[in-house]
Structure formats: C-alpha cells, structure tokens
Design a protein around this ligand. Structure first.
Ligand code: PLP
Length: 208
C-alpha cells in the first residue's frame, strides 16, 4: 500500500526530504499519497505537471525534475516550488528572465552530469565549479540557487553509483551555502543518503 511505503521510506531517511515522483501516476494515486500528509511531488513533463497542478489541491509543492525546454518555462514559473533540472546556463538565464517578468524568485538546483551515459543532461563538474565561484547571485537576481542535483548511471554496480554520487558530495561539501544535495531514486537512494544526500526523488518504490 502507498501509505505503508511512504511511512517505511520516511522512517529510513529520517529528516532528509522526500520528493514523491508522481509522473505517469493518476490523480487518485497522488491523492492517496497526499492524504498521508505528504505535499512534495515531482513531475518530469511540463504538460502533465500543469494538468496535475490544475486538478489537485493548491497546497502541493510541485518539483520539476525533468529536462525543461526554454519555451515551456513560462507555463510553470507562476507556481513551481523548485526546479531540479537546470542543466544549462541558457536555461538558467531564461528562468531568470521569466521570473523577473512574473515578479518572483524561482528556487533552482543545478543538475550536474555525474553519470557517464550521454543521455543524461547537466552541467559538467568543471562548469559547476566555475559557476559556483561566479557572481551568480547578481547575474541571476530572480533565482535562488538552493543546491545541486544529480542522477547516477542506471546500473546494478553499487561501486559505480557510489563513485558518481561521491563526485557531487565533494562539490557540495566544499560549498556549504548550497545546502540542498538532491540525489537518489528508488534503485539507489540508500547509496545516496550514505553519501550525504538530503533530498531524494522516489516514484516506483512508492507506487508499485
Ligand atoms: C522518474 C524519475 C525519478 C524517480 O525514479 P524511480 O525509479 O521511479 O524512483 C527520479 N528522478 C528523475 C529525474 C526521474 O525522472
């Protein structure tokens, strides 16, 4: 049952933050999670996110976790709680511009490419380090950079996943002002929390 799974995972992760990934899940399924008191949900597609936003309670905190195209940014800025998937400077600039127009500051994580797979989006490690020492606060005044997000390679090899999470852990440890370290999904959240992750994104484990 969804309720038991949520309780189970929350007891495992202690005071780290759980984002329930509700992509492809029905409104009823999301409501069963909502009714446990949970409020943070993640979606990876703008269209689906907007439909769910309109059809579900307004106190849900929505997290955009998937690759975001610039031309769709304007649809989510008015209500999004946190964008996890800022994977290029161009996208960041665009989010800043739309946020300015909407008169708000948007919370963002920098998505860092820690996996070797070419399909994963994100800042390289070196671009991330350069970005962190840049004047990003004044360059992007309508954005709150809350921290870093990463996805490990989809593999059963624990050592490989661990190595990838460590890359992000080290960047995060050197930059304590970026206090969110978001890594870990159903398959690998245990390895992620061993490596200082304080926000995990879990779907399959809860809904199946
Ligand atoms: C789907 C997705 C998740 C959740 O994955 P599960 O294996 O279902 O836990 C986490 N993060 C991102 C970016 C996703 O797209």
């Amino acid at each position: 049952m969804i309720q038991n799974k949520i309780q189970q995972i929350k007891s495992e992760i202690g005071n780290r933050k759980l984002i329930i990934v509700s992509k492809k899940r029905s409104l009823d399924e999301i409501m069963s999670a909502y009714n446990t008191g949970h409020r943070d949900f993640g979606e990876n597609r703008v269209q689906e996110l907007i439909e769910k936003y309109h059809n579900l309670p307004k106190d849900i905190r929505w997290h955009m976790i998937g690759h975001l195209q610039k031309n769709k940014v304007k649809y989510i800025i008015p209500f999004i709680h946190l964008i996890h998937s800022v994977d290029s400077l161009g996208l960041l600039e665009w989010i800043n511009k739309i946020s300015n127009k909407e008169n708000k500051r948007t919370n963002c994580l920098i998505q860092v490419k820690i996996a070797e797979e070419d399909t994963k989006f994100g800042f390289s490690k070196s671009l991330t380090e350069k970005f962190i020492v840049s004047n990003y606060k004044s360059n992007y005044p309508f954005i709150n950079i809350k921290g870093l997000m990463g996805m490990a390679t989809a593999t059963d090899k624990k050592e490989k996943i661990e190595q990838e999470f460590q890359k992000l852990k080290y960047i995060s440890m050197k930059n304590p002002e970026l206090n969110t370290l978001c890594m870990g999904m159903s398959q690998d959240y245990k390895i992620a929390i061993k490596n200082e992750s304080n926000m995990i994104r879990v779907g399959t484990y809860i809904f199946s």
